[in-house]
Design a protein around this ligand. Structure first.
Ligand code: NAD
Length: 329
């Protein structure tokens, strides 16, 4: 069995640089080089990281077993297909593609060539979320806000595919029930596509998620509030803080209970509210997801977000976007 993976990065713009930087630092990854349609960018990144810039995707593919695809979303399907046809495992930045048909074609091709597909839904590796891994999350209601100042990067797709898809993926990972109904609206402000969006997703099991995303905000916000029976959880993905409030049966003077919250009786038992702020291990989420990919290629792990999860998030995102467009007619 191999103990390292020869890997390349295609697309070394804003995010691709960080992929290359982390891959050059992951022990079991052997970063062979980078390719970018913009030769100047590829040369600059190669110089900074002391690696090789390749003149074409094919020449890089000749030397690697895996590829990180960090090109604009509209190019993912074409680039992924070339990589997979060249027997490469692929890490594809989110969203996996621009249509469900494209996502399907990537997944089918990967199946045919035994290639691993991982999708860059980075929030799944956020240390503030991982700190809650011992909790049983079974939400009845989720409220999500994701806001970012305006930038031209990412505007090749609407805000739902650019930002909201992170939260759609998270919500789908929390609620294991089919989507029953979607209500959504939004507006275009700076670009020709939707820049601010709100979606209310109702699931067959009765759970509801309300997600708001804007790429025209003054400040950055990435917060989730999860409400379920006897449990309220908040996650601040940006600050890296999670907070947990649990209602539990308790003795009269349990010192761990929130003393400002009154002791009440339900079903003949005393109940109190308990607060916890789980310890969050400071780790770089991008590096952790790339490590998960490398370990998956080595056969030691499975991708936390595989092609099918990437496709499901895209499917819901497109349905939300279609609803928004209906409302704008
Ligand atoms: P960017 O515009 O900064 O970089 C894209 C690079 O790809 C550019 O250098 C461009 O020259 C190159 N390129 C374009 N077409 C190419 C092709 N066919 N072959 C080779 N190179 C090509 O974009 P970015 O912000 O780095 O985003 C890239 C991808 O990463 C997008 O899919 C975006 O959605 C995703 N992204 C994900 C996150 C996240 O949080 N996971 C954050 C930002 C971007």
């Amino acid at each position: 069995m191999k103990n390292s993976v020869k890997i390349g990065v295609v697309g070394v713009g804003h995010l691709g640089f960080h992929h290359a930087k982390h891959l050059s630092d992951i022990g079991e990854a052997n970063l062979i080089g980078v390719f970018d349609a913009d030769k100047t960018k590829a040369n600059e990144v190669a110089r900074q990281l002391n690696i090789k810039a390749f003149d074409s995707l094919n020449s890089l593919l000749d030397e690697v077993d895996a590829m990180s695809i960090v090109t604009p979303t509209s190019t993912h399907v074409d680039v992924a297909q070339i990589c997979i046809e060249n027997k490469c495992h692929v890490f594809i930045e989110k969203p996996i593609a621009t249509t469900v048909e494209e996502a399907d074609s990537i997944i089918q091709l990967a199946k045919k060539h035994n290639s691993i597909v991982q999708v860059g839904h980075i929030e799944r590796f956020n240390p503030a979320l991982l700190a809650l891994s011992d909790l049983k999350i079974e939400p009845k209601y989720i409220e999500v806000h994701r806001m970012a100042p305006f930038m031209s990067r990412g505007t090749d797709v609407p805000v739902v595919l650019d930002l909201m898809i992170h939260d759609i993926d998270l919500v789908l990972s929390f609620i294991s029930s089919p989507v029953e109904k979607i209500y959504a609206n939004g507006v275009s402000i700076m670009t020709n596509s939707v820049d601010i969006a709100n979606a209310r997703i109702k699931f067959k099991n009765g759970s509801i998620a309300n997600i708001t995303s804007s790429r025209i905000a003054k400040d950055r916000v990435r917060k989730i509030k999860i409400f379920q029976q006897d449990l309220y959880v908040t996650i601040d993905f940006l600050a890296g803080i999670s907070e947990v409030y649990k209602a539990m049966d308790a003795s009269d003077n349990d010192p761990k209970a929130i003393m400002s919250a009154p002791l009440v009786r339900r079903d003949g038992k005393n109940r109190q509210i308990f607060y916890e702020k789980p310890a969050v291990k400071k780790k770089d989420a991008l590096k952790m997801e790339l490590k998960n990919f490398i370990q998956s290629v080595l056969g030691k792990e499975k991708p936390l977000v595989d092609g099918s999860a990437g496709k499901q998030a895209l499917d819901v995102a497109i349905k939300i976007h279609d609803k928004i467009l209906e409302g704008l007619k």
